[in-house]
Structures are given as structure tokens and as C-alpha cells.
Design a protein around this ligand. Structure first.
Ligand code: ATP
Ligand code: MG
Length: 423
């Protein structure tokens, strides 16, 4: 038997309802914040990610699903959405349509990592990006949006951590100081960090190794290197966050694994998740669009990992409830019920119809199991009398409704059944 690829998971009935719920919830918030949806391809040219994410990152160094297609072109399954959205923004000149463009997308991402709790090879993100604004207000708004989506999903115990990574004016001095620090401690660093020291020293701060983390408690702090513009920008972000009543912590060692981040960066963590506790992460990437061949417009965004979101979400009971189980007893009854069922479904009611000719007893049992609100029973007797039975499955009480005129019957059924269970 052929099984699914390691790190790729089926989302089965029962689970899928939760996904749908969270995705709809996110869409509701994106709408409220006046974001527009964009859908980008899952496959891009490898070059796009190599140029945008940066060579010396975990993703590009070792996590990408890259392969040659039949034309010997190097393609990659997207490891994140930002690069593809930037590409689309440039390719279609979307930036010319408004000063500020707010986009979101929801879908699968692919990274060849070691599968474990909260870490898959195909995982899913709710992703938001804003282009065209340098304002600290935008940073605060994006942070708030990520927070509100997660809390609306009932996520408990969340912590918001923020930091500023400085800008091309001030970060190089920090990078040098950090590099010097790392070189002095070189012998004690893990293999990855030894490599990062040369290629991407900031990335070392994000190391998962405990020894390294201990050492980095004494590492230089970015805040001592911010230029005055970056310092002011960060203070302004915090001023707005406070006005929005958002509780945050400043984590001076918070860096992003991706090269293109500048200034505001943030992560939302759920410590109860253990090793993989970052549910959402984001930040500002002002130079990225230009680096990809577009105009010099700033960007900021975030991604929520849906698998981790689900681990902390508290959702209402999502078991689907049938509005009506239609039970025809015999072919004549079956034919009569077909247009009735069709009409009710068009009205948005969830209706199940038996095609198997099972017995009344078996079907009532089934209707109970599916938690149907009501059953519609039609047999030869009822047909002869020109009626149909509507049985309330909770009380067991039955009502006789006239079959004709059908318009009247449909109206009565809708009155009796009320609003759809899953509206
Ligand atoms: P980590 O430090 O956990 O590797 P990252 O920095 O690689 O995270 P980002 O690229 O910032 O993660 O992705 C944003 C979010 O996407 C993460 O916070 C997480 O919720 C989710 N995510 C990232 N990689 C995976 C994965 N392999 N499996 C499941 N979710 C993931
Ligand atoms: Mg990672």
C-alpha cells in the first residue's frame, strides 16, 4: 500500500471543519482591516527564493523542495508566501494602484525539515503583507491584526514579543560587534553557529541550541546600535500598541531567520507548545521589493502557522448538524421528494436523502446518528392522502403537511426548520 510522503499530512473530516473555521475567521478579520486576497502559485523559480530569503538561511541552505522540471529549469515549492507575493506585486504593477496595498493569502508551504510536533514538511500559513507604508502605525496595526486573529480563535497563553532589527544604516555596526563576539566564543559554539558567524551572524541568535543560547545572554544588544530614526520608529510602534491595549514584551534577542527583515520584528509564542512554540512571526522588510527588481517600496507582514494555531485554538463544537433527513419509502415517494430536496438545498439547508431504499427504522436511526433536526417521511399511505410527515427528531413529534402545492410545502418546511444549523 502506498502511503503519504513523510511530513505530509491528510486533513480528515472532523479536522477539516476546524481548518475551515479558522480560515473563515482569518478572512473575516482581513476584511475588517480592509485587506484583499491574493492567490499565488505554489511553485516558483528557485532563483526567487534564493534572492529574497537569502543564501545564508536555514530555508535556502537546507530546507527547500527544489527540483529540475522536464525542461531542466530549477523550481521550488514555496517555503513561504512573502517572496511570491512580492513577485506578483512587481509583475502586475499592483503597487501603482494605490499608495498602500494590503494583501493576504492562505495556503500550504513546503520545507524539508525533520517532522515533529508542530513541524511538518507541508504546513500551512495565514499570511498578510502590507506594501507602501513606512509608518509605525502600520507596524502596530499588523501586529494587532495577527494578535486578534489568534485570540479570536480562542488561543490562550499567548505572548507577544517585539524587537527592532535596525536598518541598513545602523545594523552593520551591530552585525560587526556580534560577529566579533561570536568569533571570541567560537570554540564553544555549535557547528551551525560557527558557520553562521561568517555568513549570517544575526541568525546565530535564533539558534535552538541551549548552550549557544546561554552564551548569547552576554552578546551585544541591537538596542545599543539603533540609529535615532530606528529608535524613534520603534518607540512610536510601542506607543500605538499601548493605545490598542496590546500587552507585549521587548525581546532584544529576537531576530528573524530571513535576511530581508529590518526594523520591527515580532513573534507570537505559546510557551505551552514546548520546542516549537512560535505560532506567528512577522516584521518589516523594506528593501525586499527593490531587491527583487521592483520599485523602492517598503513592506511589512506576518505569517501564522495554522498547524500550531490549531494546537492552541479553542473552537466551538463544529460537528455538522443535518437540518433534514429525507426518507422516501418506495420509488414513487423518492421521485416526489427529489425536487423538494433540491429546493431546500438551494435555500442553504443541509439535507440528506436516502438513495438505498433502506427501512424506515434504519433511516431514523441514521438520522439520529447524524443529529438531524428533523426527518421528512413519505410512504405510499401518505402519498395517497396527499401529505408528508415531518418528524422532529428531538421530541419525536410528527406533523402532517400537505404535499401540494409544492410551493406551500417548501414554505412550511422552511418555517418549521428555521435557519440552517450551520449558517
Ligand atoms: P521556526 O523557528 O519554528 O523554524 P521559522 O522562523 O522557520 O520558525 P517562519 O518562516 O517565520 O518560521 O514561519 C512563520 C510560522 O510558520 C512559524 O511561526 C510557524 O508557526 C510556522 N511554521 C514554520 N515552519 C513550519 C513547519 N515546518 N511546520 C509547521 N509550521 C511551521
Ligand atoms: Mg524554520
Amino acid at each position: 500500500m502506498v502511503k503519504a510522503v513523510r511530513g505530509f499530512k491528510d486533513i480528515l473530516p472532523g479536522e477539516a471543519e476546524k481548518w475551515c473555521y479558522l480560515e473563515r475567521l482569518a478572512c473575516k478579520y482581513f476584511r475588517a482591516y480592509s485587506f484583499q486576497e491574493i492567490r499565488i502559485p505554489i511553485l516558483e523559480k528557485t532563483e526567487l527564493f534564493a534572492r529574497s530569503i537569502g543564501q545564508a538561511t536555514d530555508i535556502v541552505e537546507k530546507e527547500m523542495y527544489t527540483f529540475l522540471d522536464r525542461n531542466k529549469e530549477s523550481l521550488t515549492l514555496r517555503p513561504e508566501a512573502t517572496a511570491g507575493i512580492c513577485r506578483a506585486l512587481i509583475e502586475h504593477g499592483l503597487y501603482a494602484k494605490a499608495k498602500v496595498i494590503k494583501l493576504y493569502t492562505i495556503g500550504p508551504m513546503f520545507r524539508h525539515e525533520r517532522p515533529q510536533k508542530g513541524r511538518l514538511r507541508q504546513f500551512h500559513q495565514i499570511d498578510a503583507e502590507v506594501f507602501g507604508s513606512h509608518s509605525a502605525g502600520t507596524d502596530a496595526e499588523i501586529i494587532l491584526l495577527a494578535w486578534e486573529i489568534l485570540t479570536a480563535g480562542g488561543a490562550k497563553g499567548l505572548r507577544m514579543e517585539i524587537n527592532s532589527l535596525g536598518c541598513p544604516q545602523c545594523r552593520p555596526r551591530f552585525r560587526d560587534a556580534l560577529q566579533e563576539f561570536l568569533e571570541q566564543s567560537k570554540a564553544k559554539l555549535c557547528e551551525d553557529c560557527q558557520r553562521r558567524t561568517q555568513k549570517n551572524p544575526l541568525r546565530a541568535l535564533d539558534c535552538k541550541n541551549e548552550n549557544c543560547q546561554k552564551l548569547y545572554e552576554k552578546a551585544p544588544l541591537i538596542e545599543d546600535f539603533w540609529c535615532s530614526a530606528c529608535r524613534e520608529h520603534f518607540l512610536e510602534v510601542q506607543q500605538y500598541l499601548k493605545q490598542w491595549n496590546l500587552v507585549y514584551e521587548i525581546n532584544p534577542r529576537l531576530v528573524r531567520g530571513l535576511d530581508y527583515y529590518v526594523r520591527t520584528t515580532f513573534e507570537i509564542k505559546a510557551p505551552q507548545l514546548g520546542a516549537q512554540d512560535t505560532v506567528a512571526a512577522g516584521g518589516r522588510y523594506d528593501g525586499l521589493v527593490k531587491a527583487l527588481g521592483g520599485p523602492d517600496i517598503p513592506g511589512i507582514g506576518f505569517a501564522i502557522g495554522i498547524e500550531r494555531f490549531l494546537l492552541v485554538a479553542q473552537l466551538p463544537d463544529l460537528t455538522p448538524r443535518l437540518d433534514l433527513y429525507a426518507i422516501p419509502l418506495g420509488k414513487r415517494a423518492y421521485m416526489t421528494l427529489l425536487p423538494v430536496v433540491q429546493n431546500l438545498r438551494q435555500e442553504g439547508l443541509m439535507v440528506e436523502l436516502d438513495h438505498e431504499g433502506r427501512s424506515l427504522k434504519a433511516l431514523l436511526k441514521q438520522a439520529n446518528k447524524l443529529k438531524a433536526k428533523a426527518a421528512l417521511i413519505l410512504g405510499d399511505n401518505e402519498l395517497d392522502q396527499g401529505i408528508v410527515l415531518l418528524r422532529n427528531m428531538e421530541t419525536g413529534r410528527q406533523k402532517e403537511l400537505p404535499l401540494e402545492p409544492q410551493k406551500e410545502l417548501l414554505k412550511r418546511l422552511q418555517q418549521e426548520l428555521g435557519a440552517p444549523c450551520d449558517s
